[in-house]
Design a protein around this ligand. Structure first.
Ligand code: URA
Length: 445
């Protein structure tokens, strides 16, 4: 019988004192096995939210959550994944995983579902007919070794503590805490058996961490925790003040990814994907520098090898890959409506979070976990910040089903009056850089 007391641990964290590894393990294992009730865990979460945690505590919390479930063992090197903090139109996973795998990196990509204004990779996979994403450990490892890439969903056995704690954070106003976010993300990624990790930390009004200072702190905390576990990596701080690429919606985002893999995708999505894939290839040991890795990533797109790897992965998981040649095979919205500019000028701002939330209005996202997604719904943006636009020109196409037709006039009004702003002069427009910062980190362990 442990002589640790939940009450004393709560008192300690409330008073901003650092907890020991044993104390953190005690709380996490007790909550996971049900011996610590929700009301005490809620108090722990709020105390952590308010008092924070130091680097060591964050690493202990991550470790406790990681070992609350199964961990995969794939190989001692060359296993790399990417984590993005997500946003609107963020879809790089489908592009970079096959590029890196085509270069020889093993990519155990386990993704989640979207909630609120951000989309989820796992939901986008639902648009592919027949694809199986609930894959148990043994076939998962087999696929990684045979194909090099898996598009999977989180099973109940991966970091179960995180699943339970995240649900509680969601209803106790304790989501936006750097140590809690760090442990949540890192416990799941480390459970995949990675040796390296590429972090894409988004900032801007469509990001989870809208303020740059918050994003920088989260990036630092994730990097420190990865290093603590002996992992190499890259951290990118990237822009989410407008949708990434042109498409927001499940089927239309998949199409955009295929276009990038065919070498015909939008510039911003292509550039960021090449950067992230290059980082994966470099830390995966398939190239001696980032520059060489980036050239290789481009070559793998140009030769068709990356697209072939995507097709191979989809087919291995039982999916119908014929949509790659014929996009009509994906779920498609019944209607397309053009939103036209009401004045000439230059696109100066996009209210990205609101754009993500507007997609929910036509079924393109969910408000609560049980909402069903309309996979064909979405927005296609014809312009980006800084682009010139003429009065009457289409700025967005709305893809929607007939049953949402009554919402469309309101959405059109929102797009031209609130969500997309136009300035008369280019002098008043400043587009953010796509990548603010790229930094590699190498563990000495
Ligand atoms: N994503 C996660 O997986 N966990 C968090 O806490 C926040 C974002």
């Amino acid at each position: 019988m442990s002589d640790l007391s939940v009450y004393k641990i709560l008192q300690k964290k409330r008073d901003s004192k650092a907890l020991s590894k044993d104390e953190i393990n005690f709380i996490i294992s007790g909550y996971t096995d049900g011996s610590i009730p929700d009301y005490q865990m809620s108090s722990f979460l709020m105390a952590t939210y308010l008092s924070g945690m130091n680097k060591k505590e964050t690493a202990h919390l991550t470790e406790a959550m990681l070992y609350s479930g199964d961990t995969l063992s794939i190989a001692t090197k060359g296993v790399v994944d990417k984590h993005s903090t997500g946003g609107v139109g963020d879809k790089t996973s489908f592009i970079i995983a096959p590029i890196a795998a085509a270069a020889g990196v093993m990519v155990p990509m386990i993704s989640g579902r979207g909630l609120g204004h951000t989309g989820g990779t796992l939901d986008k996979l639902d648009a592919i007919k027949g694809i199986k994403t609930a894959i148990n450990a043994k076939p998962f490892v087999k696929q990684i070794k045979e194909v090099g890439c898996v598009f999977g969903g989180q099973t109940k056995k991966i970091a179960p503590a995180d699943k339970k704690i995240y649900a509680l954070r969601d209803v106790t106003a304790t989501v936006e805490s750097i140590p809690l976010i760090t442990a949540s993300i890192m416990s799941k990624k480390l459970a995949e058996g990675i040796n390296g990790l590429v972090l894409d930390i988004k900032t801007g009004n469509g990001a989870f961490m809208a303020k740059k200072s918050q994003a920088v702190n989260l990036a630092e905390s994730l990097k420190n925790t990865a290093l603590n576990f002996g992992k190499n990596g890259y951290v990118f701080l990237t822009d989410m003040s407008q949708p990434l690429g042109n498409a927001v919606g499940h089927s239309i985002e998949l199409i955009e990814c295929i276009e990038v893999l065919k070498g015909k995708g939008p510039k911003d999505l292509t550039e960021l994907s090449l950067d992230l894939a290059a980082a994966m290839i470099h830390i995966g040991g398939q190239s001696s520098s980032f520059t060489k890795a980036r050239a290789l990533a481009e070559e793998l797109i140009n030769s068709g090898a990356a697209l072939n790897k995507f097709i191979e992965t989809v087919e291995y998981q039982g999916g119908d890959s014929s949509f790659v040649k014929n996009y009509k095979k994906l779920p498609t919205a019944q209607k397309r409506v053009s939103v036209k500019a009401e004045k000439s000028g230059f696109i100066s701002e996009m209210k990205n979070k609101k754009i993500g939330l507007a997609a929910i209005e036509i079924g393109g996202g969910r408000r609560v976990k049980t909402d069903k997604i309309n996979l064909g719904a979405g927005f296609y943006f014809h312009k980006k910040i800084g682009d010139r636009v003429k009065k009457g020109e289409t700025i967005v196409t709305i893809h929607h089903d007939e049953k949402y037709k009554n919402i469309i006039p309101k959405l059109k009004h929102m797009f031209v009056n609130e969500l997309i702003l136009i300035e008369a002069s280019a002098k008043n427009v400043k587009a953010n850089p796509l990548v603010y910062k790229k930094q590699s980190f190498w563990s000495k362990k």
